[in-house]
Design a protein around this ligand. Structure first.
Ligand SMILES: [Zn+2]
Length: 308
């Protein structure tokens, strides 16, 4: 069964300007790299995602906030918070990004495509229930987890977040639900300042792995695999969600980790193997950060090859 490459043209309508690190060229670099790799191109099935509805977004966000985002886009957008810019197309982009992830969950739970990569923007893992944060409007992966439980028939969800920044939004949106286990490895101290090792959430279902910058890549691989082992001891997920942030690659302007694409591919292969034993191989991976477009594309290609 091929891996689904899920995206939506509306994700390109979130116009932050070329001076913003989270610009539309990130997705273009990914699709260009995929087209330039015929064997990888042939191993994926391109799928257009759908838009998430306001009711679906309300699985994790406050209705007032959802309406505010829609209204702000309709009036032309602007600065949503200190880091997050919106344009007229940002509502379409945000709901398409979230919807692509729901399409991926539907396909995984329905056994159409066990594995998917969602090439979406804006990213999601800093978004909170009632506010945008850190380039993020909607908590795509947290939404996917809640949706897999409430609509998809899953009973347990594992989220693995290897973006160089703590997935504070995801943690805030899922930590009250013990059916979701959340593992985040992130640079420390670093933006957004949350994610201490002792912060395991009110139900001890968060595994935070704060790490210094510039360690040998193997240290990050070992730490993350240790976190995944701890989070799945006595807990067999029905689906694995990845917050795939490629700002953890060496050379990213917004991070100091030292991963090369091969390291993220190795972690991916291991997760795919374990998902095979846990849950018929269901893995839904969702783009988060990654701000050097060529490196991002290189990382995504290695990750998709490992998913396949
Ligand atoms: Zn990040």
């Amino acid at each position: 069964m091929p891996v689904a490459f899920i995206s939506h043209s509306d994700c390109g309508r979130h116009d932050t300007g070329w001076g913003h690190p989270e610009h539309v060229g990130r997705l273009r670099a990914i699709t260009r790299a995929l087209r330039n790799d015929p064997s990888l191109f042939d191993s994926v099935e391109q799928v257009e995602g759908r838009h998430a509805t306001a009711d679906e977004l309300a699985l994790v966000h406050d209705s007032d906030y959802i309406a505010t985002v829609e209204r702000f886009a309709a009036t032309g957008g602007g600065q949503m918070d200190i880091d997050t810019i919106m344009s007229e197309g940002s509502w379409a982009a945000g709901t398409a990004g979230a919807g692509c992830v729901l399409t991926a969950v539907d396909r995984a739970m329905g056994a159409e495509h066990a594995r998917s990569f969602c090439a979406v923007r804006p990213p999601g893992h800093h978004a909170l229930a009632a506010r945008s944060m850190g380039f993020c409007l909607f908590g795509n992966v947290a939404l996917a987890a809640r949706y897999a439980l409430s609509v998809g028939g899953a009973e347990r969800v594992l989220i693995v977040d290897w973006d160089v920044h703590h997935g504070n939004g995801t943690q805030a949106l899922v930590e009250k639900d013990p059916a979701i286990h959340f593992v985040s490895m992130h640079q420390w101290p670093w933006y957004p300042g949350t994610g201490a090792a002792a912060d395991s959430g009110p139900h001890q279902n968060a595994w935070n792995l704060p790490m210094p910058a510039a360690l040998p890549a193997a240290s990050y691989v070992d730490a993350l695999e240790g976190g995944i082992d701890a989070a799945t001891a006595g807990f067999t997920p029905d689906i694995v969600l990845i917050s795939a942030g490629f700002d953890s690659l060496a050379g990213d302007p917004l991070g100091g980790f030292t991963f090369e694409p091969e390291h993220l591919a190795a972690i991916t292969r291991r997760l795919v193997e374990r998902a095979g034993a846990w849950c018929n191989g269901r893995v839904v991976s969702v783009l988060e950060g990654g701000y050097a477009p060529d490196r991002l594309a290189e990382g995504v290609m290695a990750h998709i090859a490992a998913l396949a």
